[in-house]
Design a protein around this ligand. Structure first.
Ligand SMILES: [Zn+2]
Length: 216
């Protein structure tokens, strides 16, 4: 049976949100979507970009995967399927988005699993193979110190930077960034606090948008 939660949610949407957004849906259907912002986020149920940024239909092109990782641009010689890469290509070439935001988050299960070498992260599993690409981040951040929470946070921030750097390996992305028509941003959502951190491109530090120091 179709989940009752979804039936209830859709019923609410039908009677409330659709009533105020009907014209917008109609226009978007007629004219197509033209979002200026692409968000690459984690599939984690707590960090839906549309919720965090209070976005309506047509405003953001979103791709979510495990841990918001952007793999490097690879040629077809590898004979693999690249869902995230295809979405980047579509967002940049077809939609011509002006911004790509890589949105990491606190308490990321993908990052924690890699940090803990937790099962089932083997090379034979899809998730193990996927997360193995952040090994260079682990190398750069270094071993766990006295403050585990701080170490995990630095790994999570490092994954955002890894993804930002890999975006630049896509020729279409690099071209547009260099031409000034596309900007890549890094952000990080503190699940427990609801705080949003933005990566300062000058310092490379993640700074809270709000004037608050703490994040869980
Ligand atoms: Zn996550």
């Amino acid at each position: 049976m179709f989940p009752q939660r979804l039936i209830d949610g859709y019923t609410t949407f039908l009677h409330h949100r659709l009533q105020t957004e009907r014209a917008r849906y109609h226009d978007l259907a007629e004219q197509g979507q033209h979002p200026e912002i692409m968000v690459i986020g984690c599939g984690d149920s707590r960090v839906a970009p549309e919720t965090i940024f209070d976005a309506g239909p047509g405003e953001m092109f979103v791709v979510r995967n495990i841990a918001a990782v952007v793999p490097p641009c690879e040629d077809e010689a590898h004979e693999t399927f690249h869902g995230t890469s295809a979405a980047i290509e579509f967002g940049v070439n077809a939609l011509e988005v002006k911004h790509i935001v890589v949105l990491g988050h606190a308490s990321c299960g993908g990052v924690a699993a890699f940090a803990n070498h937790a099962a089932p992260l083997t090379q034979r599993d899809f998730i193990g193979k996927w997360m193995s690409q952040i090994a260079p981040v682990m190398d750069r951040v270094g071993p766990e110190g006295a403050d585990r929470a701080d170490w995990i946070r630095r790994l999570e921030w490092g994954v955002v930077e890894y993804s930002m750097n890999n975006l630049m390996t896509f020729p279409a992305v690099r071209e547009r960034v260099e031409a000034g028509s596309l900007t890549i941003h890094g952000a990080y959502f503190g699940v427990a606090t609801g705080l949003l951190f933005m990566r300062n491109p000058q310092t490379g530090r993640f700074e809270p948008y709000q004037d608050v120091e703490d994040v869980a």
